[in-house]
Design a binder for this molecule. Sequence first.
Ligand SMILES: N[C@@H](CCC(=O)N[C@@H](CS)C(=O)NCC(=O)O)C(=O)O
Length: 202
Amino acid sequence: MFTLYDYLPSGNGYKVRLVLRQLELPFRYIEIDILRGESRSSGFLSRNPNGKIPTLEYAPGAFLSESNAIMYYLAIDSHLMPSDRLHQAQVMQWLFFEQYSHEPYIAVSRFLLTHGELDDEKRAVLMQKKPGGEAALRVMNQHLEDRQYFVAEQYTIADIGLYAYTHVAAEGGFDLAHWPAIQAWLERVARQPLHCRITDQF
Ligand SMILES: N[C@@H](CCC(=O)N[C@@H](CS)C(=O)NCC(=O)O)C(=O)O
């Protein structure tokens, strides 16, 4: 059975939880309190030397990290991944977009606003993050204006990867009312069979 090392509020962890649940793969959940430094303990660093959740123990003593790589590993032969080679590459395109052009702005803003006191230093970082986050949302909204899903008109791990932090973007100060195509897509994703919420305990 898989073991997932995770932190419940994490969107990166939520991606993996969603895939495990929607593929009906049983797993053991171990909470790592990143605020208390548990991701930097020697025990955890022996599982992921980069000190980050999510980390999946896919076989006894064998670990995989990076949320999008874990999703790929779990979903490669499933209905969450298209079979066509170009479509698979397009899934990767959106997952790289998520990590480089979306997560560093939207997820980081959410973390700053939901963890600890808001001081001047944090306010300055939030202001720097705003244009990048809005740019990512603009790209997504434009892509979704004439599509149901990101790739091949089917629900894939590209949608899961982007849903994770987009559906809680308001917690990072981003107003999704400006982006109607994103809002409609979020509802579509949330209606998928076996959907779970970021706050659901395992
Ligand atoms: N690129 C990584 C990012 C993982 C990441 O940033 N994890 C954060 C929580 S969302 C973490 O573990 N932080 C604790 C730490 O850095 O000690 C992924 O997609 O999995």
